[in-house]
Design a protein around this ligand. Structure first.
Ligand code: PGA
Length: 257
């Protein structure tokens, strides 16, 4: 059985002081027994937030990483630096990185390799744009992203990562995929893992849904048999909303696969 995993992507929000205040609220309000909870503050808040999470069941994550361990890469942060800052998980290939900063599947692959090499868990994001969905190209796009970012991996690497399916048209738009749309894509992605790495690996990989997840819609999404958690943006900045999403992940599924 896959343990549900809820991650909060705080994006470019909150100063270190504000981040500490939110973490204190989360520690008081989140019941994390039976669910993996991750928060990904901006780099500048990692050092302030990390010590508060020590000994708690909320893990620290980062939003991005460079694939080289060090060097002349102005403005970048490496995997060993994130490890040193106390990170356990790292988001790679978020659609905002892809569309606004030109990240490619080949770059995402190098990033997730660096994250794994330094003993952390990559949260690898994929997802189609609205025009691609409307042109019935969703599965084609997902296949291209999976082939490019994960194709060259070994099965034991795949088992260690988290995959986040985030339809780009649902991110920050308030327009969530329906539970059926999410399940359809998640089942397709699990099928890709099965074909490429075998059924056991496919059954082990956790696949999160992301895109306008909130306290009201989380339960129906998380009930889907292949939805193993959520990557939450906007709602992760509010302790009550994020705690409600974590709680929804604890509900046993009516249908399992
Ligand atoms: P959202 O963001 O929940 O605000 O749509 C999700 C994400 O970008 O990971």
């Amino acid at each position: 059985m896959r343990t549900p995993v809820i991650a909060g992507n705080w994006k470019m929000h909150l100063t270190a002081g504000e981040a500490v205040a939110l973490v204190k609220q989360l520690l008081a309000s989140c019941d994390t027994d039976g669910v993996d909870v991750i928060i990904c503050p901006p780099f500048t808040a990692l050092a302030a937030v990390g010590p508060l999470l020590n000994g708690s069941r909320i893990a620290l994550g980062a939003q991005n990483v460079h694939w080289e361990p060090q060097g002349a890469f102005t403005g970048e942060v490496s995997a060993p630096m994130l490890r040193d800052a106390g990170c356990r998980d790292v988001i790679t290939g978020h659609s905002e990185r892809r569309t606004l900063f030109g990240e490619t599947d080949a770059m995402v692959h190098k990033k997730l390799k660096a994250v794994l090499q330094h003993g952390m868990t990559p949260i690898v994001c994929i997802g189609e744009m609205l025009a691609e969905r409307d042109a019935n190209k969703t599965f084609e796009v997902l296949t291209r992203q999976l082939d490019g970012a994960l194709g060259p991996c070994a099965a034991e690497e795949i088992r260690k990562l988290i995959l986040a399916y985030e339809p780009v048209w649902a991110i920050g738009t308030g327009r969530t995929a329906t539970p059926e749309q999410a399940q359809e894509s998640h089942a397709f992605i699990r099928g890709w893992f099965s074909k490429r790495f075998g059924i056991e690996t496919a059954q082990a990989v956790r696949i999160q849904y992301g895109g306008s997840v909130n306290a009201a819609n989380a339960a129906s999404l998380l009930q889907q048999p292949d939805v193993d958690g959520a990557l939450v943006g906007g709602a992760s900045l509010k302790a009550d909303a994020f705690s409600a999403i974590v709680k929804a992940a604890l509900e046993p599924k009516a249908v399992r696969r």
